[in-house]
Ligand binder design. Structure first.
Ligand code: 0A1
Ligand code: ZN
Length: 890
């Protein structure tokens, strides 16, 4: 906890470390009421910093350390006493006498009471660690910064009976028993690494074992460790791991480098997973999956997260970050890598649609709020607050744009050079860009503004057709709103992938004025100036532009399409993503019209063209069912909020619900036909994990949710049949969600009770049960959530539970959370205050919805601010919560 205001740390103050640690030898003694950590650090003066030493002597050694009880300290085998060092809350300072020395320390720590889940802690009965970003300093005194890379050898000792499995990074080198029922194991990691990649696990775990033969024919043992009751939920993760390993060899030429690769599933984890060298630790929600307990979406998330963490072995571990401002160096790049992997394993277009919908709803909102920051931030108080959508998702978009600009081959040349040049180093985003430039002979100076300027750029496009000259001109005007600390922005490099459609919907061959000949019908142009025009020649009739295909840049594009043009694009655009996007734009226009009607107190009147467009989709059996499902999904309330100047929560909810009802009523027949056909196949084949079946189930469940709007008894019967008679969680949970959102009170209560009874011992399934109810937009949402907080399966100590109930309520149940009397805000603030003391990282993340107060009407603004102020005044705040609250109120 903080006693004074946390310090702001600036990128511009970066200095290389004064000392380096060549070897780190750790011994852990794990006990039930404390643990001991012995560290032997083989250290030397950093030659880079040694220039002035001859005159000035050696600088002090300042080690990081928090919540450690120092029991013994010696330098070169000389015991040190309190007079030889200074100790405060977060540092141990001492004076080396020689440029090389060995430091030995012993500290006592308390994993058994560590609820922050950072450093060494207990999750249930097992010990585990989480060291990124600055958790290692809670384990021992150290230079806890990513540019200090060391070779680690780790010995773990523990009671054999309770902790038969003892793991750490690298390869196992020795093990044995001790008297008194204890045993030990030693692990050695041959690769130098920063402390944030350190990991240790001790527990009673079972594992599934497999192997992988690398591109150079080396055999790697693969092991996934779980608590015994989960051993039947590991195969999907193992399959995903093997696919990831092969894909990284094929697409990036990257081979795995140790003899063993391990994954451990833990129930209490702040994030999704962690890429510790050779020993990935996963939130169990991102590794466990089987058809009966995990939805299709959950299976896909497991596949993506397994890949993400595996890919970090090169983009993050072999080449790591110099400092935490460079976080996107590893995260943006690795998200891009995992997104491309998922695109290759599943439907590329659907993956892109999902990612863009998420980016637009959530990252764009972050970039427009008080915590907005560049992909490479230039200051922070608490680094844990910067594991953000901007660093991850926008960072990935930035890498995607480089890929778009250089092409797949040029990009690969760039990554080859990057890995070759920087293997074993801790580097910067500039180094990444430099490798791209050098490998391709290009200048990315202006492009780098994507790393330093925050905010979502606007790109307004207008057209001019000259029939006499047969030219068609697109004029672009870019701008970027001010963000905290950045009033003025310079123009970005915006790659715009586009096509021009003729009256039949075909892409016209494209030739820009001045070019010798026409190319294909799809190309990328770079908008680099504040205002810039591009003229296409040989255009006989006025075309319809398809702009920013695949969202080729993370910007907000506007073009004055009318609804008929959007319907045309929905049907004809050769780019699947833009067909979806045209549908979204049509829906947005229609919904915004309804929002206006609601605000003026007029009767709601839905533009029938939306229904026509949806009917066309349902009637065309040749379309990919996954695409149909995506296109039938209306923009979420959260997205409608993001694009509103002032969000009218009630009007948005009313407009969207009205539209859903109209769709259910008007398109009842075709929806029912699709539902019945697809459900019949589900019954016939049972659960099949393949893409076509996933698509079919998605469409089936969307159809069911619309059909249920009718309130018809037949639909209720179908829903109950699906709920009871299916063999998988995808169908069961969808049916449950549809029931929960319906007015069939008795059936709803029975289904919820029956589900909870059956799955009460499976925490991940219970998370889904909480979420479905937390997200229900019917009146009384807050009271339902408050009651669920008392449920025996709920605990504030488990981050997944907090996210499933409190997080789902505040982020997905907007009408209830934003209740006009502010009770939703009070509820959230109360729990943030409690969580602040238990788990600061989780507390600060849950705060996000309150930070968006500027989006709402005056009354709500005041209520939200009042809660932020109440949190600020509530006592000792963690740096995590303090930073977010104080920046939100600034
Ligand atoms: N590097 C991990 C994310 C991660 C970050 C912080 C954590 O603890 C506070 C845990 C995981 C990843 O990108 O997957
Ligand atoms: Zn990552």
């Amino acid at each position: 906890m903080r006693t004074e205001q946390p310090k702001v740390i600036y990128l511009k103050d970066y200095q290389a470390p004064e000392y380096l640690i060549d070897e780190t030898n750790l011994t852990f003694e794990l006990y039930e009421d404390h643990s001991l950590v012995h560290a032997q650090l083989v250290m030397r003066r950093n030659p880079e910093r040694a220039a002035g030493d001859a005159g000035a002597g050696l600088p002090p050694l300042v080690l990081d350390g928090q919540q450690l009880e120092l029991l013994a300290l010696s330098m070169d085998d000389q015991a040190l006493t309190a007079a030889d060092y200074q100790l405060d809350d977060s540092h141990l300072t001492l004076q080396p006498k020689a440029a090389t020395f060995t430091l030995d320390s012993t500290v006592r720590i308390h994993p058994e009471t560590n609820t922050a889940l950072e450093g060494l802690y207990k999750s249930g009965k097992m010990f585990c660690t989480q060291c990124e970003a600055e958790g290692f300093r809670k384990i021992t005194y150290y230079l806890d910064r990513p540019d200090v890379m060391s070779k680690f050898t780790t010995t773990v000792t523990a009671e054999q009976h309770r902790y038969p499995v003892l793991l750490s990074n690298g390869n196992p080198v020795a093990s044995g028993s001790e008297e008194g029922g204890r045993h030990w194991a030693t692990w050695q990691d041959p690769f130098k690494k920063p402390a944030y990649l350190f990991a240790l696990v001790a527990g009673d775990l079972w594992c599934v074992e497999d192997s992988f033969t690398t591109m150079t024919a080396r055999d790697v043992a693969l092991r996934i460790y779980v608590e015994p009751e989960n051993i039947d939920k590991v195969q999907h993760a193992m399959d995903s791991l093997k696919k990831s390993m092969r894909w990284d060899e094929e697409v990036y030429g990257r081979e795995y480098d140790l003899d063993i690769f391990m994954i451990v599933a833990v129930n209490d984890f702040n994030m999704g997973a962690m890429e510790n060298k050779g020993l990935n630790i996963f939130n169990s929600s991102c590794v466990l999956a089987k058809a009966e307990t995990a939805t299709d979406a959950a299976h896909q998330r497991v596949e993506a997260v397994v890949a993400h963490e595996y890919f970090h072995n090169w983009s993050g571990n072999r080449v790591t970050c110099r400092d935490w401002f460079q976080l996107s160096l590893k995260e943006g790049f690795t998200v891009f890598r995992d997104a491309e992997f998922s695109a290759d394993m599943n439907s590329r277009t659907v993956k892109r649609i999902e990612d863009v919908a998420f980016l637009r709803t959530n990252q764009f909102a972050e970039d427009a709020g008080p915590m907005a920051h560049p992909v490479r931030p230039d200051s922070f108080m608490e680094i844990s607050n910067f594991y953000t959508l901007t660093v991850y998702e926008k960072g990935s978009e930035v890498v995607r744009m480089i890929h778009t600009l250089l092409g797949a081959e040029g990009f690969r040349k760039g990554t080859d050079l990057y890995f070759e040049r920087h293997d074993g180093q801790a580097v910067t985003c500039d180094d990444f860009i430099k490798a791209m430039e050098d490998a391709n002979g290009v200048d990315l100076t202006q492009f780098k503004r994507w790393y330093s300027q925050a905010g979502t750029p606007r790109l307004a496009v207008t057209e001019a057709f000259d029939p006499a000259a047969r030219t068609y001109t697109l004029s672009f005007r870019q701008s970027c709103p001010a963000t905290p600390g950045q009033a003025e922005k310079l123009p970005f490099v915006i790659p715009v992938e586009l096509g021009l459609l003729d009256a039949a919907g075909n892409d016209l061959p494209l030739r820009l004025a001045g070019e010798a000949q026409a190319g294909g019908g799809n190309r990328v142009i770079s908008v680099t100036e504040a205002e810039q025009s591009f003229t296409f020649v040989d255009i006989a009739e006025k075309p319809l532009p398809s702009l920013l295909r695949g969202l080729s840049a993370p910007v907000k594009l506007s073009f004055p399409y009318d609804r008929d043009q959007l319907m045309f694009l929905m049907q004809h655009d050769s780019d699947g993503f833009n067909r979806w996007d045209a549908g979204q734009q049509l829906s947005v226009q229609v919904l915004q019209e309804l929002i206006g009607q609601h605000q003026r107190g007029e009767p709601l009147q839905l533009d029938p063209r939306l229904l026509t467009a949806f009917r066309t989709l349902l009637d065309d059996e040749s379309l990919d069912q996954a695409m149909v499902a995506e296109m039938l999904s209306l923009p979420s309330e959260a997205y409608l909020t993001e694009i509103s100047e002032v969000a009218d929560v009630d009007a948005i909810h009313a407009a969207r619900e009205f539209t859903r009802q109209s769709i259910g009523a008007t398109l009842f027949e075709p929806l029912l036909a699709r539902y019945q056909a697809n459900r019949a196949i589900s019954r016939e084949t049972g659960y099949v994990a393949e893409a076509a079946h996933i698509a079919r189930r998605t469409l089936q469940n969307i159809a069911l949710s619309y059909l249920m709007q009718s309130g018809k008894a037949d639909v209720l019967a179908a829903c109950l049949e699906q709920f009871k008679d299916c063999d998988n969680m995808t169908e069961r949970l969808s049916a449950l969600a549809v029931l929960v959102n319906s007015g069939f009170e008795q059936e709803k209560a029975e289904a919820l009770a029956c589900f909870a009874d059956y799955f009460k011992d499976d925490p991940l399934v219970m998370d889904q049960w909480f979420s479905v109810q937390a997200g229900c937009g019917l009146p009384g949402g807050l009271e339902r959530v408050q009651a669920l907080m008392e449920h025996p399966a709920f605990t504030l100590k488990n981050p997944n539970k907090v996210r499933a109930l409190i997080g789902a309520f505040a982020n997905q149940n907007l009408v209830n959370f934003h209740r006009a009397d502010g009770a939703g805000y009070r509820f959230l603030a109360d729990h943030v205050i409690t969580l602040n003391a238990l788990n600061p990282q989780i507390a600060s993340r849950q705060l996000a919805p309150l930070t968006r107060w500027r989006k709402y009407d005056d009354g709500r603004q005041q209520l939200m601010r009042a809660e932020l102020e109440r949190i600020l005044a509530s006592g000792e705040l963690s740096s995590d919560v303090f930073e977010v609250v104080s920046k939100s109120l600034a």
